[in-house]
Design a protein around this ligand. Structure first.
Ligand code: ADP
Ligand code: MG
Length: 561
């Protein structure tokens, strides 16, 4: 502590660069402060610090297995964020002076670099804007931040007594239950489970928090109700969605997309109080949508779309500008390539001509290369074991291919399968277009040399917010990777891509992604870090989003075989 004080005394009022002398570690009594990286000026991204307690006196039950540890780390990250909000004054001079922050978690519980809990210590990775007056060191303000505010944040969030231990226990137990529940899905023959009482709607289109006012809690239809036994909570009932083809039908504004959206996010665990904490979907579920304008590199979409104008083959399809239907087909082929057992499709965000083609249009248009999705859903399940949940409001033909129909009315689901059978009898069946072919996907080979990380003299591979990755001079747009939930995942993906490009030659997309995730599993997310000590702000992405990002690189060259 005295060393820290004397350095601060010495550099007071000197040029901002003098803060570099702070780099190092300091014993501050209850914890050790590591100053890993000092910012260049008050307007640059804040300095990276870690605070590590001298011991871990939390009950080991809170972090005694890998699932609980991740959940407890998530809890503590939120506790630090809350403590910072209460304790830190912020704004102590120019630029980011006096700002203190920790990675901001989404509603999902994910492995992150923000917190490390071991049997011996608890370590929070934070960022601090070292205070300046103009462009000179403000030692007094720095003392207040580092020696008053930070220790208070530690007392309120990283040691027993500072946190609400009952809430911590509920947090880890809920996450453990959700994990267990997701694990049960295959043996129950289900692709998803929505607990009775779950709150699915969100506050707004811009907020992932639960809708508070007038939210109708989820109630399973009797016919689909499943009761399970969870390790902490005990018995739980809710709607089980079986494998196969499930239709979610209903009038406009009755909660169809809200249900599908909740399912697509429930590949992740959510915090207690989110409303979706006991909603689970197969962890490899992929939301599929149209995304016209995206680039596609060497994807085999011939099972869905035949030869294009000019006899152009679609078995090795590349374009800088896909149409609605070809982009949706590419999204499906890429999901199958990485591996999925469940596709989630919403009519609202699909290309109409990809979903369906009626008989009059078939009569008029003879040169149509597209086999509509309606003819694919059954073969996808029969041949590849891939289930589909599809939201439709307008296209009754889908009744012909559904194993079951969930009807949403006033946000309440009912099992409309028997009525769907009656309706089907009343109308002549739709003639399928013939045998749709689905083949197991091939692993494309990626040429790493097609990605150029150079930008001026430097090489860059970094995340920018939730939906952009900067690779050299290219900005990769991930807006339509809807299952990407926090910027930390985007950052991790950027670094995985950077590591892949640094390697040589051509490799299969699946092996690139699997190897990267296996090495994270083995060495932790920290291993993607670029500075000694503080790794930066990262969260664990899924294989599907890593591949999804690679697939959207415009310069990417890839091909089958
Ligand atoms: P659809 O896809 O059937 O047209 P949406 O899922 O988009 O309908 O839902 C329409 C509106 O209803 C949205 O604003 C949504 O937030 C709200 N909503 C959905 N489910 C519920 C619910 N259970 N309780 C209250 N509001 C809901
Ligand atoms: Mg909708």
């Amino acid at each position: 502590m005295n060393r820290l004080l004397s350095i601060l005394d010495r550099i007071d009022r000197r040029g901002y660069g003098a803060y570099k002398d702070l780099q190092g570690s300091y014993d501050l009594g209850a914890f050790t402060l590591f100053v890993d990286r000092v910012q260049r000026d008050p307007f640059a991204p804040p300095s990276l610090v870690r605070v590590r307690t001298k011991s871990n006196r939390f009950p080991s039950g809170l972090y005694g297995n890998p699932v609980r540890r991740v959940a407890f780390e998530d809890f503590l990250t939120r506790a630090v964020e809350a403590a910072v909000r209460r304790v830190v004054r912020g704004n102590r001079g120019s630029g980011g002076s006096g700002r203190v922050e920790i990675q901001h978690p989404s509603q999902a519980v994910l492995p992150r670099t923000s917190m490390v809990v071991t049997g011996d210590y608890v370590e929070a990775r934070m960022a601090v804007g070292l205070p300046a007056r103009g462009r000179t060191v403000d030692a007094r303000a720095a003392r207040a931040v580092l020696l008053e505010e930070l220790p208070e944040v530690v007392r309120r969030s990283l040691v027993p007594g500072g946190i609400d231990e009952g809430a911590a226990r509920r947090h880890v137990e809920t996450v453990e239950d959700a994990r267990h529940l997701r694990g049960l899905l295959p043996e129950l023959g289900l692709v998803a489970f929505v607990a009775d009482g779950a709150i699915l709607p969100r506050e707004s289109g811009a907020s992932d928090r639960p809708l508070r006012q007038a939210a109708v809690p989820f109630q399973s239809p009797e016919e689909l109700r499943v009761t399970v036994e969870l390790p902490n909570r005990g018995e739980l009932s809710g709607m089980g969605i079986p494998e196969g083809v499930t239709l979610v039908a209903g009038g406009g504004f009755h909660g169809k997309s809200t249900l599908l959206e909740a399912l697509s996010r429930s590949v992740y665990d959510h915090i207690p109080g989110d409303g979706r904490e006991l909603v689970v979907t197969r962890e490899d579920a992929v939301k599929i949508r149209a995304e016209d304008g995206r680039s596609v590199a060497g994807v085999d979409i011939s099972g869905m779309i035949g030869d294009l104008p000019g006899g152009r083959s679609t078995s090795d399809f590349s374009t800088p500008n896909a149409s609605g239907s070809t982009s949706q087909a590419a999204n499906i082929a890429e999901a199958l390539e990485i591996g999925t057992s469940l596709l989630l499709v919403d009519e609202d965000t699909s290309a109409t001509n990809f979903m369906i083609r009626d008989e009059r249009m078939r009569e008029l248009v003879r040169k149509e290369p597209i086999s509509p999705f309606i003819d694919l859903v059954r073969p996808l399940h029969a041949t590849l074991g891939v289930s589909t949940i599809v939201v439709v409001g307008g296209v009754g033909d889908y009744l012909d291919v559904a194993d079951r129909v969930i009807l949403m009315e006033d946000y309440r689901p009912s099992d409309a399968t028997p009525r769907a059978v009656e309706v089907r009898r009343k109308f002549p069946p739709r003639a399928p277009l013939g045998e749709a072919r689905v083949r197991p996907p091939e692993d494309r080979r990626l040429r790493s040399s097609s990605i150029d990380l150079r930008r001026g003299k430097r090489e860059t591979a970094r995340g920018k917010g939730l939906s952009t990755i900067e690779l050299g001079r290219e900005r990769v747009d991930l807006t339509y990777l809807e299952q990407l939930v926090e910027p930390g995942q985007t950052e991790a993906i950027a670094r995985i891509v950077g590591d892949f490009v640094a390697g040589t030659g051509s490799r299969g997309v699946r092996s690139v992604v699997e190897k990267a995730l296996a090495s994270i599993e083995r060495d932790g997310l920290d291993s993607l870090g670029s500075f000694r000590g503080h790794p930066g702000q990262m969260s664990l992405p899924r294989a599907h989003e890593v591949a999804g990002a690679i697939n959207r690189i415009r310069s990417l060259e890839a091909s089958t075989g």
